[in-house]
Design a protein around this ligand. Sequence first.
Ligand SMILES: [Zn+2]
Length: 232
Amino acid sequence: MERRPSSVFALVLVLLAGAGAVLYLQWPQSTTARAHLLTEPQPTIVPNNVTLTIPLDIKVYETIRRVDFDLDETLARVAKVMKKEAAIASDVLCNVKFVPETVSKFSDGFDGQVNSPEEFNSLFVDSQQGGERGRIGTIPTAPKVRQVRVVWGISWCDTGTTNIAGCSDQDGYRVVVTPVSVLRAGQLWAHEVGHTKALTHREDSGAVMQSMITTQSNELNAGECSKFRRRD
Ligand SMILES: [Zn+2]
């Protein structure tokens, strides 16, 4: 009879000690989990029922006017390219949206023509969100902001020197485009941003990633779409 209170007391002590141990273990665990969230990559491909937005920082060369290049119309055309065309069996609905975060004019002593790798690079040196990977801030999982420059002409792009409508990083964030007809502006922008998403050329008639862009370059297949929807 005398022992009962002390054994109950001991049991309470064990419970308290147990609770204390759990609390002690859980605190550092949750801290670790939070750090883990900041450093681990997000799921690489977003489910297709969620719209993946691709933020753009757009700078248009100062003498290029709206009659030469219409951003709203271009983005509307991009949206059309991302839709599935019923007539093309391998085309898919690619739930991707280009979203301009900033739009401004630039000149900076540039003559409107990209003629060398140095001139290409110079278009991006002052990009506010540029950095090495073009991300927003320093969070590694934040999406890259694609830096898009609209210029009058391009006579240098890695391997090409003629008939260049656009030039972009392969798996990067920098894009230079020229003010092409709106009839193929959506295809051009989808193609060039596609390169920054690591898409390569596919020489099938009607493919967005065909090296020669036409008004018919509207097809993104499932594999290309999943690369487009990589969260980077
Ligand atoms: Zn290309």
